[in-house]
Design a protein around this ligand. Structure first.
Ligand SMILES: NC(=O)c1ccc[n+]([C@@H]2O[C@H](COP(=O)([O-])OP(=O)(O)OC[C@H]3O[C@@H](n4cnc5c(N)ncnc54)[C@H](OP(=O)(O)O)[C@@H]3O)[C@@H](O)[C@H]2O)c1
Length: 326
């Protein structure tokens, strides 16, 4: 297939590129002049330079006669909150507009959305695709808007939306600090009663995107994808303890301490014009009732994740070690 990807220089996108190349597809990636190309170096992919702007020349060239488009580009954290809507929602619209103009035979447009679009689980119940969406953050609202835009095209284009929870695996820098701390025997969890979360190993999310492109049952649909279980935060520490063969101390971090720390981090970062390492939004997410997902819909449609938490964490540690990051 002739495949076009946005976000190919990022964590998930680069793993999706690897999967597509393994299957022998012809891959074109959108990159920016500022993109770090480390994960694409030496791989048989075509690069087109551009952005997610209206009628962008690079986007137009990359999409020309594509069979599949995977839209994985997105902003998860930014110093300028306006970026969320501008890039996550606006970028999705611009990409779809150009699909209509330049990819008349497009067989699937896969939008990588997020659990953040649906919002946290309510009263301990895992969320599924039938539940009302309740995003907690601006990022979540912008991903939900991207979904609405994408599904608004579904009578003209075969669109599928994939909603992963926290994705982990080699090349990721967001969850890497959790691995590093666990290596140092430390782990932070929310204070109080157990909160359940779902996780997805990166190769499974890439696999779900590829499945969505191929499956006749995926057009016009939204699917949550994760490993199929939900865990109290403590289980992540216990799993890492087993992998590192040492005790990991679980520290319950009270909101009353984290909140002022987040305020300080936001203030310092605003002055330095940097992305804050901890924000009040992170604390809100950390203390949400849970982020547990029910994946029955995607399983019943034919996609089955391959990695449980133990296997995914083991593969992540091995991958990070290979990169020299752990
Ligand atoms: N990581 C997670 O836990 C997680 C969970 C759920 C959903 N998701 C979603 O999965 C997708 C990929 O996330 P990720 O973790 O792989 O993120 P990432 O590593 O930060 O990669 C983001 C990608 O988006 C590209 N991008 C950002 N702004 C762009 C713009 N204006 N024009 C063109 N490209 C742009 C980046 O290009 P540059 O290299 O040029 O910056 C990069 O390739 C996102 O849509 C995210 O919302 C992620």
């Amino acid at each position: 297939m002739k495949v076009f990807l946005t976000g190919a220089t990022g964590f998930l996108g680069s793993h999706l590129v690897d999967l597509l190349l393994q299957e022998g597809h012809e891959v074109t990636c959108l990159v920016r002049s500022s993109s770090n190309l480390r994960w694409l170096k030496g791989k048989p992919v075509k690069l087109v330079q551009g952005d997610l702007l209206p009628d962008n020349a690079g986007l137009r060239e990359g999409l020309k006669n594509a069979d599949w488009c995977f839209h994985a580009a997105g902003v998860i954290s930014t110093a300028d909150p306006k970026d969320y809507y501008r890039i996550n929602a606006g970028g999705t619209r611009h990409c779809l507009d150009l699909c209509l103009k330049t990819a008349p035979n497009l067989k699937r447009f896969v939008l990588v959305s997020s659990i953040a679009a649906g919002g946290p689980s309510r009263n301990g119940v895992s969320i599924d695709e039938t539940m009302e969406t309740k995003p907690l953050t601006l990022y979540g609202h912008s991903k939900l808007e991207a979904e609405r835009i994408a599904l608004g095209f579904k009578t003209r284009l075969p669109v599928t939306v994939i909603r992963p929870p926290a994705i982990y695996g080699p090349r990721d820098t967001m969850i890497l600090p959790v691995f590093k701390m666990a290596k140092q025997r430390l782990y932070f969890k929310p204070f109080g009663k157990p909160r359940y979360i779902s996780m997805a190993y990166v190769e499974d999310v890439a696999g779900a995107c590829l499945w969505a492109a191929k499956s006749g049952r995926a057009a016009g649909e939204i699917f949550y994808v994760a490993d199929g279980d939900s865990y109290p935060w403590e289980d992540i520490a216990d799993t890492l303890a087993q992998i590192f063969h040492h005790k990991v101390y679980k520290i319950a971090a009270p909101k009353s301490i984290l909140w002022p720390l987040a305020l300080i981090s936001e203030t310092v970062s605003r002055v330095k014009k940097q992305i804050p390492p901890i924000t009040r939004v992170h604390i809100k997410q950390f203390y949400a009732k849970g982020w547990a997902i029910n994946i029955d819909k995607i399983k019943n449609a034919g996609f089955h994740p391959r990695f449980n938490l133990q296997e995914g964490m083991k593969a992540s540690v091995a991958g990070y070690r290979q990169l020299g990051w752990l």
